[in-house]
Write a protein that binds this ligand. Structure first.
Ligand code: NAD
Length: 268
């Protein structure tokens, strides 16, 4: 099969670099078609493989319309305002998209859903294959352990992370709450201190640890009388997100519509 012609935006970013590396090192399946960044980025004019010590024929540019010509798919891990702009251009030129940017608002999400009338899009707040399998395991465990088990979610991240709990921990809470027939906003408890009283049975608790260079650990604990089950995912390299995004790109290929990583992994 012909390699997929991939456009990577946010080329100088942490995810952009990881995506360029994964694309260039799997030349059988993927071809780096173009790499883009903001016009004021220091990487404009650089060879896309330069910082990674890899060889590439692509020069990083800010010319989106030119980059989309002849492209199969654009992979976007940038910022919401950039993603919305890329989305409009991809829709216009019929290029499919993988969207990993977080912090999208309701309007942005509506624009993604509307664009999926014309193009294929995989949108996920976490592209890790392992995390998405973990969501499925949490769903299964919650359905079996619906009574007599307390659900607690513990997450740990590096010292630079500015929000808590992590978006992935919240998603894990939503998956458990949905399977248990609860509303997460009503049953979530964040951290505990002082005289908290006994634990209400329907609570889903969240605890966050911050320190060092922890890439991302998540545990969902089902604590019962006489036994407990822990479902844990530990990330040690952000390449997992790039690998997941490229797996999604291959799966999406020429499809049209809006899909999630659960669709890509056939976990729905
Ligand atoms: P980063 O800050 O390292 O990189 C962001 C990139 O986007 C940079 O290259 C920057 O120049 C570019 N950019 C920013 N504003 C732009 C604009 N207006 N126009 C064009 N380009 C612009 O960030 P990162 O760690 O690579 O993360 C990027 C995004 O991906 C974030 O939203 C992050 O939360 C998300 N993310 C998602 C997943 C997932 O699995 N879905 C995993 C990791 C990160």
């Amino acid at each position: 099969m012909k390699p997929l012609a991939i456009v990577i935006v946010g080329a100088s970013g942490r995810m952009g670099q990881s995506l360029i590396k994964s694309t260039l090192t799997d030349a059988g399946a993927f071809r780096l078609h173009a790499a883009l960044d903001r016009p004021d980025s220091a990487c404009i004019g650089q060879n896309a493989g330069y910082r990674l010590g890899l060889s590439s024929h692509v020069t990083i540019s800010a010319d989106l319309p030119a980059a989309l010509q002849g492209a199969d798919i654009l992979i976007d891990f940038t910022r919401p305002e950039a993603t919305v702009r890329h989305l409009a251009a991809c829709r216009e030129q019929g290029v499919n998209m993988i969207i990993g940017t977080t912090g999208l608002n309701h309007e942005d999400l509506a624009a993604i859903a509307a664009a999926a009338d014309d193009i294929g899009i995989v949108h996920a707040s976490n592209f890790s294959v392992g995390v998405n399998l973990t969501f499925k395991l949490i769903d299964m465990a919650s359905r079996v352990l619906y009574s007599g088990f307390d659900v607690e979610i513990i997450e740990a991240h590096h010292r630079h992370k500015v929000d808590a709990p992590s978006g992935t921990a919240l998603r894990m809470g939503e998956v458990a709450a949905q399977a248990l027939g609860r509303d997460l906003t009503a049953c979530a408890t964040h951290g505990r201190e002082g005289h908290t009283g006994p634990r209400p049975a329907t609570t889903i608790g969240f605890s966050s640890i911050r320190g060092g260079d922890i890439v991302g650990d998540h545990t969902v604990l089902f604590a019962g009388d006489g036994e407990r089950i822990e479902i844990t995912h530990k990330a040690s390299d952000r390449a997992i997100y790039a690998h997941g995004a490229l797996r999604a790109a291959q799966w999406l290929s020429k499809k049209q519509g809006l899909f999630s990583m659960q669709d890509v992994l056939e976990l729905n």
